[in-house]
Design a binder for this molecule. Structure first.
Ligand SMILES: Cc1cc2nc3c(=O)[nH]c(=O)nc-3n(C[C@H](O)[C@H](O)[C@H](O)COP(=O)(O)OP(=O)(O)OC[C@H]3O[C@@H](n4cnc5c(N)ncnc54)[C@H](O)[C@@H]3O)c2cc1C
Length: 400
């Protein structure tokens, strides 16, 4: 039988998504070469660095993380600050709407920005490449073995061992599956269309979210006359959008936003995402932590998935850095329990809040219409609610 090669590193991160890259980078920026980090990804070619453009809303918690890592100055020139958020609900597309206008600032700072996801990934990848303690390999994982002192991953022709494995392998996480970490999940029965539009009028850095009974549609500024549209639609209705020609799609989107952005001149980069809700019941097992979409897959209506994942990496890396400083075991149960204790409240509150909003608004139950309007009108009339909504979206803790 062929002897498998065994390779040791201090940490193995499974998945080379945005949260994994941030984790490896933050650890390396703070600890230098003290930790050998291996990142495993099954994909060689990253479709997210290709021509496809997807907007990402980054909140103040992410901005602060980037600032603390000294990379915000590289990212900021490519961002589009959101000055104002307008949220509305209408019973049907044509009828009168109720509106909520939010001044998108927390303590005079912009609470969120829009960025092309490729730009963020490029900056992080280039920064990560400067560290020779980070090793990226492409392979498929076959098995994981939890030992008392080490955890080992069998991957094709080698065995990779470490003190700690971090599952950052997205919502279909193989690590969770192999380690039998269960999740509470349900299907949203919605598909999201993401596309880029060019339009005649200046969007004035306003983000708009309209709650329709078929699902929310959002407009996010990506330049004066370029915006991104994220439109979540019930799955049995999505074929109507998939099958219509660009000119009809243009009319449907204009119906929602024409009064703000004028006529749409081009639609590009249409792409579809299936939406589901999932939260891991535990964020760790022996020597393995779960983070990012592997830990929580949430509705994109507030654009918070990555921001939530990046708050995971702050807590997780803080624990690892502390252990390294004091010469302790980075994969100890105490460390992982503390990570779960710190992260679960934020994960549950955020995921369930967006789930609740989607449930309330994405349905055609006529009896709920007054409640839908009341929720928006009430929030519009109470300044402290507006302030806390913006603060909640910024990812900073709400203090009473
Ligand atoms: C329509 C839409 C709009 C969104 N908009 C926003 C937004 O505006 N702001 C925001 O914060 N979030 C947004 N999100 C959420 C955001 O996209 C995700 O939360 C984020 O991409 C999760 O990053 P991740 O690194 O945890 O996982 P992923 O990006 O899923 O990365 C997982 C990585 O693991 C790898 N992998 C998978 N399986 C294996 C395996 N078996 N072995 C090895 N590697 C593996 C994959 O190749 C991938 O590289 C949106 C989501 C959707 C669907």
């Amino acid at each position: 039988m062929k002897q498998l090669n065994t390779v040791y590193s201090d940490i193995i991160i499974v998945g080379n998504g945005i949260t994994s890259q941030f984790l490896a980078l933050r650890l390396s920026k703070i600890l230098g070469n003290r930790l050998a980090i291996t990142i495993i990804d099954k994909e060689k070619n990253d479709s997210r660095t290709s021509e496809y453009v997807r907007s990402l809303s980054v909140s103040l918690s992410t901005v602060n993380l980037c600032k603390s890592m000294g990379i915000w100055e590289l990212i900021e020139p490519h961002t589009h600050p959101i000055r104002k958020i307008i949220i509305s609900h209408s019973v049907s597309n044509e009828e009168k709407r109720s509106f909520l206008n939010l001044d998108n600032r927390v303590n005079d700072e912009v609470a969120s920005y829009i960025i092309d996801e490729r730009v963020l990934r490029k900056v992080i990848s280039e920064e990560t490449a400067k560290f020779n303690n980070i090793n990226l390999i492409h392979t498929n994982i076959n098995d994981i073995n939890l030992g008392d002192d080490l955890i080992s991953i069998k991957a094709q022709d080698q065995i990779l061992t470490s003190k700690l494995v971090v599952a950052g392998d997205g919502r279909k996480s193989i690590v969770k599956k192999l380690l039998k970490i269960k999740s509470i999940s349900w299907d949203y029965n919605q598909t999201a269309l993401s596309c880029l539009i060019k339009h005649k009028a200046n969007n004035d850095n306003i983000a708009i979210e309209n709650f329709l009974h078929t699902g929310p549609i959002a407009l996010l500024p990506m330049g004066k006359r370029i915006s991104s549209v994220i439109w979540s639609v019930q799955r049995d209705k999505i074929h109507e959008i998939k099958n219509i020609c660009d000119s009809d799609l243009k009319l449907s989107i204009e119906k929602q936003f024409k009064s703000y952005i004028g006529e749409i001149t081009a639609i590009d980069n249409s792409s579809f995402f299936e939406l589901n809700f999932s939260i891991a019941q535990k964020l760790y097992v022996k020597r393995c932590a779960v983070m990012g979409d592997a830990a929580h897959s949430i509705h994109p209506l507030a654009g918070q998935g990555t921001n939530l994942g990046l708050r995971d990496i702050i807590s997780l890396s803080d624990g690892i850095i502390e252990a390294v400083k004091y010469g302790l075991d980075i994969g100890s149960i105490n460390n992982l329990q503390e990570y779960q204790r710190l992260r679960m409240p934020d994960i549950l509150t955020s995921a369930l809040a967006y789930d609740g909003i989607n449930r309330l608004y994405s349905n055609s139950i006529v009896g709920l219409n007054p409640i839908k309007d009341l929720a928006i009108s009430l929030a519009e009339s109470i300044p402290i609610i507006k302030k806390n909504l913006v603060k909640g979206g910024s990812g900073l803790a709400i203090k009473s």
